[in-house]
Design a protein around this ligand. Structure first.
Ligand code: GLU
Length: 470
């Protein structure tokens, strides 16, 4: 790598859907590598598929990246010296490169129809061969080309793959790679409608935008030799490629909805915190020495290409939840408050805000849990579920009658429970479970001593009384 050029990584999504863990992780690794190398993280929108690309997906993508804290220094919105960053707006740039390849004999027009190509693919499949362009239009004379153009046929432009070459590169993750050009059929650079094909625009833009490191999914590994051939034919710089192992579900198949995977959008709407997702994703196929929650700078400083695994990374919802807990524990209290949401704000008296948050912090994973506790502590009445009603019934009327009396004299939970213990002769679980259940409607949760401080004596009294069957 030229020591004068700043390292530059990129994320190059196609805006054809919402961002999922897989592509978010690719974006994250690229962002981390850029920070770690004190370089630039670039965002490029690959919207050449006009039918499937949608502007709303581009915006959603940008919003999701921003929310995750994966801020790009070059790309849409922030701009930069290689504008535009949407491929659909770059046709005028691609034109001269098609011309150069054609002039050098490295590309040729192909008039084969979709139907013809399909027939040839089927025939190859029947012979047990891999689908490959047969080279039918490879050697058309200028006159033959002219005739077909006169007939109004719209050709694709194909790359003329050189014969007998070996294409080698060192993959940052997978090590030495070697491909034979004879195994690669002539591939399309420009579609019949004039739009660029992925191999072409993706490679050209990496070179033109000064991308030095391409970190992308393993599904692109076989594309790399093709892209290197294009860049070499044009005398353009070839970036360093690294291909990341895919994420798979517990059954080993590529991660999908079936495995409980959701879009970044859905995770965010469910209340997942960006830091939780970052810590989780950064460890999906990459290992850190540190087991604790790392902030984004620490994630970047300790990121290392050599620590990317070659084996598929297994998605594990429990791990994600683990990082969610860690992130909640570390959250600034004002941010935690905002995260809990308006329904919680409406229930919690201002004077109890801090105490409420610190009391329930270890016991919540999502805003809905905060709402459950806000209701349990500050709102009447309490509806008991079946399990709670059973516990209440087992403790019996006498227990709660005594608890009401004990409450009237108690200064804190300690003195309260001691008094109930004395009056009822119950101890341990027999004592604490019915008290917790009657007061909160739950069998687990934050420390009772702290909940006691937050609840008014009137509320506790009426809840204990509600457990006395008439
Ligand atoms: N637009 C391509 C994709 O979303 C980019 C692949 C690459 O990173 O080179 O798969």
């Amino acid at each position: 790598m030229n020591t004068l050029t700043k390292p530059k990584t990129r994320f190059a999504p196609s805006p054809t859907g919402f961002m999922h863990l897989g592509n978010a992780r690719t974006a994250l690794f690229n962002a981390l590598l850029a920070v770690q190398q004190q370089g630039i993280f670039l965002l490029r929108i690959e919207d050449t598929d006009q039918e499937r690309s949608r502007e709303e997906f581009q915006h959603a993508l940008q919003e999701d990246l921003w929310w995750l804290g994966l801020h790009w220094q070059e790309g849409p919105v922030v701009s930069g010296e290689h504008e535009p960053y949407q491929q659909a707006a770059r046709s005028h740039i691609y034109g001269s490169y098609y011309d150069r390849l054609s002039a050098a004999g490295a590309a040729y027009p192909c008039f084969c129809s979709a139907q013809e190509l399909e027939i040839s693919r089927k025939a190859q499949a029947a012979r047990g061969q891999a689908p490959r362009y047969t080279g039918k239009c490879r050697n058309l004379s200028p006159a033959e080309v002219e005739t077909r153009l006169q007939q109004g046929l719209a050709p694709t432009l194909r790359f003329r793959v050189p014969k007998g070459e070996s294409i080698q590169f060192t993959d940052g993750v997978r090590g030495e790679q070697r491909f034979m050009s004879d195994d690669i059929g002539d591939f399309i650079l420009r579609r019949g409608d004039g739009s660029p094909a992925f191999f072409f625009s993706n490679a050209i833009d990496d070179a033109l935008m000064g991308v030095t490191h391409v970190l992308r999914g393993e599904d692109h590994l076989a594309n790399t030799p093709r892209q290197m051939l294009i860049l070499q034919a044009l005398g353009l710089p070839v970036p360093e490629y690294s291909h990341i192992a895919l994420i798979v579900g517990a059954d080993g198949s590529p991660l999908s909805k079936r495995h409980g995977s959701r879009s970044i959008r859905e995770l965010r709407e469910n209340g997942y915190l960006p830091l939780a997702l970052l810590n989780y994703m950064a460890r999906l196929g990459h290992s850190y020495d540190q087991d604790q929650l790392l902030n984004p700078i620490e994630l970047a400083t300790n990121f290392n290409l050599q620590r990317l695994g070659r084996a598929p990374a297994h998605y594990d919802a429990h791990q994600l939840l683990h990082w969610q807990h860690q992130s909640i524990a570390a959250l600034d209290s004002e941010v935690l408050w905002e995260w809990m949401g308006a329904s919680v704000h409406a229930l919690v008296p201002a004077a109890h805000k801090q105490a409420f948050m610190e009391t329930i912090r270890p016991n919540i994973s999502f805003p809905e849990h905060a709402l459950k506790w806000a209701n349990a502590i500050f709102h009447d009445p309490l509806l008991l579920n079946d399990a709670s009603r059973e516990i209440v019934a087992e403790a019996g009327n006498h227990f709660f009658e005594q608890a009401v009396v004990a409450l009237a004299e108690a200064a804190d939970f300690n003195s309260f429970s001691s008094a109930v213990k004395q009056r009822t002769d119950r101890k341990g679980k027999q004592l604490f479970m019915p008290l917790r259940t009657a007061l909160t409607g739950e069998q687990g949760g934050p420390e009772m001593a702290r909940l006691f401080e937050l609840m008014t004596p009137e509320r506790m009294r009426s809840r204990l009384q509600a457990c006395i069957q008439h």
